[in-house]
Design a binder for this molecule. Structure first.
Ligand code: 6GU
Length: 250
């Protein structure tokens, strides 16, 4: 997969994009990650990428021409339908599902806004999709683009080892993962649950699913409205609710 990042600050990506899983993906040629420096497409002596807003108000706005030219350079000989995604708090909220969708593309382009915003004609002319990573405002789209890249490349076949299959991640089936343990068997008086020590794989799977469900009930009950649950799992949820109710009586 090829990912082009259009940005004024490619150096921000240096640490995260050269470590661990991301580096392995690049090293194994599963990820062709490129950076397009918007400033290289400015035309004036001072390489000006921003200007004051029409209509007044504070802050600076990214000029349209350098960004559009940078995007078009990333799209040279790109297939029709290559997503060009603007990273913006005004976009649709990123999710596991969007990550898997983006991973199906051979090539995507991520455009990072900075300053107070970007001239809207960039959006009108070259943007096909707008993504936010949550309901808060970041100084620029770069950190958000790194989040998207990390989440997307986990779904490229061969990036994760077999032991870390992305289809077992939290969110893959609409609920959260259960707890994990490693040695020692007892740490500060806390034991590893018996079921994990006994090696009955069917029981372990059942326990993991139930504990994942418990976490989802406590931390992300909103997910349960959409999760595909069995009759037995709905029954478990009713038990969690009852436990909570009894605890409130104590
Ligand atoms: Cl994609 N960009 C910025 N600047 N802020 C954000 C964001 C993106 N997602 C959440 N907040």
């Amino acid at each position: 997969m090829r990912i082009d990042v259009v940005t004024l600050f490619p150096a921000l990506f240096e640490g995260p994009m050269t470590e661990s899983m991301l580096w392995k993906a690049r090293d194994r040629k599963l990820l062709d990650l490129r950076f397009v420096q918007i400033r290289d497409f400015t035309t004036d002596r001072h390489h000006t990428a921003d200007d004051t807003p029409y209509g007044g108000g504070g802050g600076m706005i990214m000029k349209p021409q350098p960004v559009v030219d940078a995007v078009e350079s990333a799209l040279q000989d790109a297939a029709h339908g290559t997503p060009v995604i603007l990273m913006t708090p005004q976009g649709r909220v990123f999710s596991h599902q969007i990550a898997t969708e983006l991973a199906q593309h051979e090539h995507i382009v991520l455009v990072c806004g900075r300053y107070e915003g970007i001239d809207d004609r960039v959006r009108q002319l070259v943007i096909t999709d707008e993504i936010s990573i949550g309901d808060y405002v970041l100084t620029g789209g770069e950190l958000a683009a790194m989040v998207v890249i990390d989440a997307v490349i986990r779904h490229i076949p061969g990036v994760l080892g077999a032991e870390g299959a992305a289809d077992r991640d939290s969110h893959a089936d609409g609920i959260l993962e259960g707890p994990h343990y490693t040695r020692p068997q007892v740490y500060r008086g806390l034991s590893v649950p018996q079921v994990l020590q006994q090696g009955n794989h069917a029981e372990i799977e059942h326990w993991r699913r139930a504990e994942g469900l418990r976490r989802t009930w406590h931390n992300r009950p909103d997910l349960l409205l959409k999760a595909p649950l069995s009759e037995a799992e709905r029954y478990l949820l009713a038990e969690f609710a009852e436990e909570d109710a009894l605890r409130r009586l104590d």
